[in-house]
Design a protein. Structure first.
Lengths: 292, 299
C-alpha cells in the first residue's frame, strides 16, 4: 500500500506508528453531522444536571447556616455538606469541632467540599460527562469535536493532548481522592446512625430515612469506583491466587462498577435532597414527621 | 477536493392506499480520493432486510460499479463497517426496520480513514498498529512440561476475544478521527482491548505498562466511551479494557506511594518502554524495499 510510508527502523523513542497523515478522508467532511437522532440531548441534559448541582452546591456551601436539625427540634440531623461538623455551634451529639467559631463568616463547608469535589471531578464517569457536555470533546459519538473542521483540525484548541498534559494529567491522582472520600463515606454513615438519636432514646423520622438512603448511595458510588475495582482485585493477573480479593472483585466492586453512572447521579441527588430537607426543617418551613 | 454533501433530505410522500409499499430512498456515498458526493437510489423494500442487502440490490440493479467491502453477512468478519445515518455500524447487522424510512437513509464510509472508493476505506493504519503490540510472553513451563491456568483467570479475557476487528471503534474515536496528527502515536481502542487481554493474561510475563503510556498513547484517550457505544460485539472497551489499563499505568508511573513501596521493598521497577518495544513486529522489521505501485493503489 503506497499510502503507508516505509517502516522506519527501530530508533529513539517513542517510535511513531508508520502511517501517512493527510490522505483524502472517506465520506463528507467531519464537520457535517450525519446523525439523525437527537444526539445533542444527552450532553445537554447531563450538562444541565451538572450545572444545576454546581449552582445548588455553591449556594449550600456559602449558606453557612441551617445545616443541622438539633436536639432543640428533637432531632439530630446533619447536612452532608457540613459533615464532619466543624463549627462550635453544632448539635452536641455530632460535634467534631469547634474548628470554625460560631457565627464566623467562614463556612466550614468550604473546607469539607474540597475532597468530594476532587473525587467527583476526577471520577472516570464524570470525566466522560463533562468532556462531552462542556469540553465538547466530542459532544457525541461521530459528531466532530468543538469547532473542528478540515480547515481547523483541532477546533478551539491548538492541539488535542487528551489527559497527557498538565492539568488533565492530574486525573491520574483519582485513587488518592478515593482514599480521602472513604473517610467521608464513614462519616456520613455515622451521621445516618446519629439520625436515629431522638430525645430519650431511639426514633426515626423522615429525615433519618433520607440520611440512611444517602449513606447507602454514597457507599454504592464509592465502592463502584474504577480505582476501587482495580485495587480490590482488578490489578491482579491471577485472581485465583487471592480468594478474598477475588470475592470482593467479583461480587462487590465489579457489579457496583457496572452501575457506576447510575450511582454517580443518585448519590449526587441524595446529597442535595438531604441538605435541602435539613435546610427546610431547620429553617422552620415544616417539621420533620416522626415515624416512630 | 470538491465535496458535495448531496441532495438535501427530502420527505418521501406516502403511497396511496392499496399501492405497493413506498420505495426506500438510499443516499450512498460515491467517490474516491479526488472527491465524492451522496448519490440517491430508490429501491423497493423487502421483508427482513439489512442495510447490506439493500446496498447489494442497488449494486446488482443500478450501480454495478459501487465499491463495498463485505464477506460474511453474519457480523463475524468485520468487513462491512460503515456509517449508517451517521452512526458507525456494521451494514450486515443493521436491520432496515430499525431505521426511519420516511427520510432517506444515508450510508457513508468510515470517516476516520483514507478513502479508497465509495464505501471502501483504507484501514491499513490498524494493521500497522497491530505489528507494534508486544507479543504474548509466557513464563517457564511447570516441571511436567505443561502450562496451567485457572478458569477464573482467563474468564476476564474472554470478552476481549470476541473482537472481530471491524475497526468501528477506531473510526469513532475522536482522538484520531478529529485529530489525525495523533495517529502516529496512538494505538486506539481496538488495540487497548488487545493490550488489556495480554496484560490480564495469567501466563504472560511481559510488563507493557510504560510502553502503553509512551508508544501506544493511552493518555490521549479521554474515556468518553464512543468506542464502547459502537462496538458490535458489545465489548465494554472503556470500562473493562481502557480504564483497567489506565489504572495499571497509574501503578507504574503516577502513584508516588507505589513508587516508594517499590523502593523500600525492592520489588521490580516497571519495564522500560524500550524493552517492551523489542517484543513488537517493528523490532524485526527489515528496511522496506522501494515501493513498487500495485494496480489499484491510490496516490
Ligand atoms: S473512550 Fe477513549 S478510546 Fe474510546 S472512543 Fe473515547 S477517546 Fe477513543
Ligand atoms: S473492539 Fe469492537 S468495535 Fe472495536 S474492532 Fe473489535 S469488535 Fe470492532
Ligand atoms: S468515583 Fe467514579 S471512577 Fe472513581
Ligand atoms: S459482512 Fe462480515 S461483518 Fe458484515
Amino acid at each position: 500500500m503506497s499510502v503507508i510510508e516505509e517502516v522506519p527502523l527501530p530508533g529513539p523513542r517513542p517510535q511513531p506508528i508508520p502511517v501517512r497523515i493527510g490522505a483524502p478522508r472517506a465520506g463528507p467532511p467531519r464537520a457535517v453531522v450525519l446523525r439523525k437522532d437527537p444526539w445533542w440531548a444527552q450532553p445537554l441534559i447531563t450538562g444541565l444536571g451538572l450545572a444545576a448541582f454546581v449552582v445548588y452546591a455553591t449556594w449550600a456551601a456559602f449558606r453557612n447556616g441551617h445545616y443541622f436539625v438539633g436536639l432543640d427540634q428533637a432531632r439530630n440531623y446533619l447536612s452532608p455538606f457540613y459533615s464532619p461538623c466543624l463549627a462550635s455551634n453544632c448539635p452536641s451529639a455530632v460535634r467534631w469541632g469547634p474548628i470554625t467559631p460560631a457565627n464566623s463568616g467562614f463556612s466550614p463547608a468550604l473546607i469539607i467540599l474540597v475532597f468530594p469535589l476532587a473525587f467527583r471531578l476526577t471520577c472516570y464517569y464524570y470525566r466522560k460527562t463533562y468532556y462531552r457536555a462542556f469540553w465538547l470533546s466530542p459532544p457525541a459519538c461521530a459528531v466532530a469535536d468543538a469547532g473542528s473542521t478540515s480547515a481547523k483540525p483541532n477546533g478551539l484548541r491548538k492541539r488535542y493532548t487528551g489527559e497527557t498534559r498538565f492539568p488533565l494529567v492530574l486525573q491520574n491522582i483519582h485513587r488518592y481522592t478515593w482514599y480521602f472520600t472513604f473517610i467521608f463515606a464513614v462519616l456520613l454513615t455515622y451521621d445516618a446512625i446519629e439520625g436515629f438519636r431522638f430525645p430519650g432514646g431511639v426514633g426515626m423520622g423522615v429525615g433519618t430515612l433520607i440520611l440512611v438512603a444517602n449513606a447507602v448511595l454514597i457507599w454504592a458510588y464509592q465502592l463502584g469506583c474504577h480505582a476501587c475495582r482495580h485495587m480490590s482485585g482488578g490489578s491482579l493477573k491471577k485472581l485465583s491466587k487471592a480468594p478474598a480479593r477475588r470475592w470482593i472483585w467479583t461480587n462487590l466492586t465489579t457489579p457496583l462498577n457496572k452501575h457506576h453512572q447510575l450511582f454517580a447521579w443518585l448519590s449526587l441527588m441524595s446529597i442535595v435532597v438531604s441538605d435541602l430537607y435539613i435546610y427546610l426543617v431547620s429553617s422552620g418551613a415544616f417539621s420533620d414527621p416522626r415515624i416512630f | 477536493m470538491a465535496i458535495d454533501t448531496g441532495p438535501a433530505p427530502t420527505t418521501v410522500p406516502e403511497p396511496p392506499p392499496g399501492a405497493p409499499p413506498k420505495d426506500l430512498v438510499m443516499h450512498l456515498w460515491r467517490g474516491d480520493a479526488s472527491g465524492g458526493r451522496f448519490q440517491e437510489y430508490r429501491v423497493a423494500p423487502q421483508e427482513g432486510e439489512v442495510v447490506l442487502d439493500v446496498v447489494h440490490r442497488i449494486q446488482a440493479t443500478q450501480a454495478p460499479d459501487l465499491a463495498v467491502r463485505w464477506n460474511c453477512k453474519a457480523g463475524k468478519c468485520g468487513s462491512c463497517s460503515a456509517e449508517i445515518n451517521g452512526r458507525p455500524a456494521l451494514m450486515c447487522m443493521t436491520r432496515m426496520s430499525t431505521l426511519p424510512t420516511d427520510q432517506p437513509v444515508t450510508v457513508s464510509p468510515m470517516r476516520a480513514f483514507p478513502i479508497m472508493r465509495d464505501l471502501v476505506t483504507d484501514v491499513s493504519y490498524n494493521f500497522e498498529v497491530a505489528k507494534l503490540i508486544p507479543a504474548f510472553k509466557p513464563g517457564p513451563r511447570d516441571p511436567d512440561g505443561l502450562r496451567r491456568m485457572a478458569q477464573v483467570d482467563i474468564d476476564r479475557g474472554q470478552e476481549f476475544h470476541k473482537c472481530i476487528e471491524c475497526f468501528l471503534c477506531q473510526n469513532v474515536c475522536h482522538v484520531i478521527r478529529d485529530h489525525e496528527e495523533n495517529k502516529p502515536r496512538y494505538a486506539g481502542p481496538r488495540f487497548f482491548v488487545r493490550l488489556a487481554e495480554l496484560e490480564m493474561h495469567p501466563l504472560d510475563t511481559l510488563d507493557r505498562r510504560n510502553y502503553i503510556r509512551e508508544d501506544m498513547g493511552i493518555g490521549l484517550c479521554n474515556i468518553t466511551k464512543c468506542c464502547t457505544e459502537v462496538c458490535p460485539e458489545d465489548i465494554h472497551i472503556t470500562d473493562n479494557a481502557i480504564i483497567p489499563l489506565k489504572e495499571r499505568i497509574v501503578d507504574a508511573h503516577y502513584d508516588p506511594v507505589a513508587w516508594l513501596g517499590r523502593k523500600i521493598t525492592g520489588r521490580p521497577v516497571p519495564l522500560a518502554a524500550a524493552e517492551a518495544r523489542k517484543h513488537t513486529g517493528a523490532a524485526h522489521a527489515q528496511p522496506a524495499a522501494p515501493a513498487t505501485p500495485e494496480p489499484g493503489d491510490i496516490a
